[in-house]
Design a protein around this ligand. Structure first.
Ligand code: FAQ
Length: 316
């Protein structure tokens, strides 16, 4: 019986039929999705912190409004993704408990500090750019609620990417000092952005099964290469230099060659030892604790409204 269920499940995936919450699914598929979607949701929430750091210091009102809207969008992305994860049988509280206890992972990129205004440009251009490269294929992921959430996420990420690139363009066409700020931000954000795609394919334990289940449509290395290829031309327009002496067009491969990634740094950051891991977790936990009264008030209000509706129903 079990074998037939597995076979018909795989056939649906091969035929590009979406899996929905009430459909039968292998336990491992459910767990893999829960892992990926919750890590993704946590990344959106923790990802608000590096940029929130600059909202009060944005150089003018237009920049402030755009940055506020972007950070608010990230909160929205976290919420759609938590909702998608909940359809797989974990509660919001359980998901958050894993984040707050440090058990759950979130993207390595958000453990780096934002040291200047130019970092807002570099994050939008590179971090959102890498996120789009990885997330557009997720609009076709085999699990319905995740795929549908990703459609809106990707539309918003594309605004974020342009917002960041425009900051970089303004700075790189500005004074010598502004251009130097933009170059410094590129120097610091380039390699962490390249690392966002995860370990090399040979070292990615989840890839083979996720590709078979169409949770992943492209491998970590393929997406990373695509990101590098498009970023080179964008850096040229800015007149900035990507910090990699081995970055060179390879005619035979039809792609840019690049240096070996510092996997020691990557592993340290995902093990909790990056420059800001402790600071990020502390900020997330204290926001949760300080917001307790807001959650309590919202629940009390909802209960009061529900009682009013009940009373009206009885009276009628
Ligand atoms: N950081 O076997 P694989 C954003 C872990 S959202 C930390 O290759 P998989 C928007 C991986 O979880 C950014 N951990 O794993 C924004 C696994 O650990 P586990 C987040 C990483 O899942 C912009 C282990 O290494 N995006 O940026 C990382 O098949 C600006 C082995 O790796 C998503 O989450 C990493 N970089 O592939 C917000 C997209 N890479 O769980 C604010 C959805 C790998 O076995 C501001 N996720 N690991 O203990 C994915 O596409 C995949 O999960 C990958 C990893 C590609 C990230």
């Amino acid at each position: 019986m079990e074998i037939n269920l597995e076979e018909s499940f795989q056939k649906k995936i091969d035929d590009e039929i979406r899996i929905e919450p009430r459909d039968w699914m292998p336990e491992k598929y459910r767990k893999t999705l829960l892992r990926q979607i919750s890590q993704h949701a946590h990344s959106e929430i923790v990802g608000m912190l590096p940029e929130a750091n600059w909202i009060t210091r944005a150089p003018n009102l237009r920049r402030k409004v755009a940055l506020l809207a972007k950070v608010q969008d990230e909160a929205g992305h976290g919420l759609y993704l938590y909702s998608a994860a909940e359809t797989l049988g974990m509660t919001r509280d359980e998901l958050l408990e894993e984040l707050h206890s440090g058990k759950a992972k979130y993207s390595s990129i958000f453990n780096y500090p934002t040291l200047s205004w130019a970092d807002m440009g570099a994050i939008g251009w590179l971090v959102d750019g890498a996120a789009i490269m990885n997330q557009v294929p997720l609009c076709r992921v085999s699990y319905g609620p995740y795929a549908r959430a990703m459609v809106r996420v990707c539309k918003e990420e594309s605004f974020h990417q342009r917002q960041g690139y425009e900051i970089m363009l303004t700075l790189s066409n500005g004074s010598e000092e502004q251009k130097a700020m933009a170059q410094d931000a590129l120097n610091r954000w380039w390699w962490p952005s390249v690392m966002m795609f995860g370990p090399n394919d040979d070292n990615s334990p989840n890839s083979a099964q996720s590709m078979k289940w169409k949770i992943k449509r492209f491998s970590n290395d393929d997406l990373r290469q695509k990101f590098i290829d498009v970023s080179v031309a964008q850096a040229e327009i800015l007149g900035l230099t990507i910090p990699d002496n081995n970055l060179k067009w390879n005619e035979a491969r039809g792609h840019y060659d690049f240096s070996t990634i510092d996997w020691i740094e990557f592993n340290e950051v995902i093990a909790g030892n990056g420059p800001c891991n402790k600071q990020r977790l502390k900020a997330i936990v204290s926001a949760w604790q300080n917001g307790e009264w807001v959650r309590d008030a919202a629940v009390a209000y909802a209960e009061k409204q529900a009682k009013k509706t009940d009373n009206k129903t009885i009276a009628a």
